[in-house]
Design a protein around this ligand. Sequence first.
Ligand code: LLP
Length: 386
Amino acid sequence: MKGVFPIDKFRTLQTPFYYYDTRVLRDTLTTIREEMARYDRFVMHYAVKANANPKVLTIIRESGMGVDCVSGGEIRAAIRAGFPASKIVFAGVGKADWEINLGLEHGIFCFNVESIPELEVINELAAAQNKVANVAFRINPDVGAHTHANITTGLAENKFGISMQDMDKVIDIAVGMKNIRFIGLHFHIGSQILDMGDFIALCNRVNELQDKLEARHILVEHINVGGGLGIDYGHPNRQPIPDFKSYFATYAGQLKLRPHQTLHFELGRAVVGQCGSLIAKVLYVKQGTNKKFAILDAGMTDLIRPALYQAYHKIENITSEEAVEAYDVVGPICESSDVFGKAIDLNGTRRGDLIALRSAGAYGEIMASGYNCRELPKGYTSDELV
Ligand code: LLP
């Protein structure tokens, strides 16, 4: 089964472009809201890094979520899309002074702090602005996630966060600072996680750390468990909405949230992944020595995930019903890694056909580059193309 697309409208647009099905996005947001509503004190901060398209951000804002930002640029994008500063958390291992100042000026909800030197700078800059900054410490839980090595972040060897051994020390330092208010702990173990066991391992770790803190009479108001829930790249039509029910139930069942605590999540991919497709045109079909190449006008500059992580995106010829043949689907960039898929079954493909690369709503448009002096792809929502 193929996805459903407004082909006639597509024919009037310059390819390649991203297409966002707002029905899928809104259904996903509704599911998240309903599943979270089963539990008290669960709060979502959408991870802007997955997709900062203004139209997508606006729809997400309308659903009532907050945001997780990792740069000054993302804070600006969130504010522009109407997110209140009180719902912004700001993470990142290397925050520049201007970015910290921007967060302070807006009065964002919380800085997720990853080192003592960073804490000192936030304290100084907050003092200069006569403000008190809310901070949560990102603790590296040393929990591995069963996902691609490039997107696992919670191991001791990763650059992220503060080690568990240093947790008490940094909290003591923060409590002694005049312009810092310590409010929470932050964790994130990786991305594209489908095994709930990985999240259970994180819950167990958080429970251990909380017991230790309680023994020291340290109260933490906010626990933030990051993001990471994966999507079904193989079956975007069969499973367009990720299994949020199991995800939230896992945390509700396993994490021992204290009565005074709020639990925060930072999902990115699971929110926007399935609503987006990269739409490309076939430039040429080339007969190689023993295979056929479908050469698209989209390349790794538009969607880098296959080249960077050997990621799979389902590929469909959305304008052909001819008998299926196998093609290597490639882009026009001068790099041998500019390949979207090898020996892909497509309906008989010709020059001018339109191709959809599915499940590209997360880490697609936002990771596009101008390599080879190419223009960045535009993004359209289904609302605009009716
Ligand atoms: N919170 C933190 C601290 C993160 O580092 C990330 C993602 C998220 C939340 C959101 O994770 P999600 O729910 O989207 O898994 N470019 C890669 C993914 C990099 C993820 C980086 N951090 C990809 O295309 O697969």
